[in-house]
Write a protein that binds this ligand. Structure first.
Ligand SMILES: *Cc1c(COP(=O)(O)O)cnc(C)c1O
Length: 241
């Protein structure tokens, strides 16, 4: 590994460069794509390095890991996102602490966020997670179920629904994930055409370390990148453990 890619700052620069190239290839404005550093298991010290290198958006998966990090990271202007499986009983500690919850995977969860946001007197920005591959191991709305849930979601006044998020099934190559990314974009377009007053589908949170360039070509507005910035995580990670 050369010295540039041996540091967090060097890898952050490399990812920003790759985002820029992918956006230009797709005829998109590079600043229409936000890099969200997926920071599960990463220490606050290393998060500071990433923020000092230009990272502004951080995405955490677990409430009990995230809250102390939010308290401790003494950097201005950091925007926190929640990207992991969210249990209903933890909604109360998440609402208002994260700018966007990317992983709203059921109507019941959306209703609980709405309730807790109302109690806290705020509006919570969220994305709807879609289970594109129909994998039983993953949460998320089935693609056909999102349209059906939309009228009920539209009634939840404390939710600011901004778009869709997906984690496609593992694929041998990034190119193999392209049809899933395209499917998410087309789903967002179809939902927009459904014309619900309070729902806006402009954000697409898709693409991780191995496939974010392809996701950008297909319209990603958030890419969630962990390994390519922080290196490999030492252990497999499960949201619920
Ligand atoms: C960990 C994680 C990522 C980033 O994965 P990498 O392959 O390390 O880039 C993105 N999205 C979610 C929801 C994650 O949990």
């Amino acid at each position: 590994m050369d010295s540039e890619l041996g540091t967090i700052a060097g890898r952050v620069r490399a990812v920003f460069d790759e985002i820029h190239r992918a956006a230009v290839r797709a005829g998109r404005a590079p600043d229409s794509v936000r890099l969200l550093a997926a920071s599960k298991t990463v220490t606050v010290e290393r998060l500071r390095e990433a923020v000092d290198a230009g990272i502004r958006h951080l995405g955490e998966n677990r409430v009990q890991e995230a809250l102390p990090k939010i308290e401790t990271l003494d950097r201005e202007g950091v925007v926190w996102h929640f990207i992991g499986t969210l249990q209903r009983r933890k909604v109360k500690s998440v609402v208002g602490r994260f700018e966007t919850i990317h992983s709203v995977d059921s109507l019941a969860l959306a209703e609980e966020i709405d309730r807790q946001a109302k109690a806290a007197g705020l509006k919570q920005r969220v994305l709807l997670e879609v289970n594109l591959g129909g994998e039983s191991s993953k949460g998320g709305f089935a693609p056909a179920a999102v349209a059906a849930a939309l009228p009920a979601l539209n009634q939840l006044e404390q939710l600011d629904i901004r778009g869709l998020m997906a984690i496609p099934p593992p694929m041998p190559t990034a190119e193999d994930a392209r049809p899933y990314f395209r499917q998410l974009r087309e789903l967002a377009q179809a939902l927009t055409a459904q014309g619900c007053r309070n729902i806006n589908m402009q954000e697409l949170s898709m693409g991780m370390s191995h496939d974010y360039a392809v996701a950008i070509e297909e319209g990603a507005t958030y890419v969630r990148v962990g390994t390519a910035i922080f290196g490999a995580r030492s252990e497999p990670y499960h949201d619920h453990t």
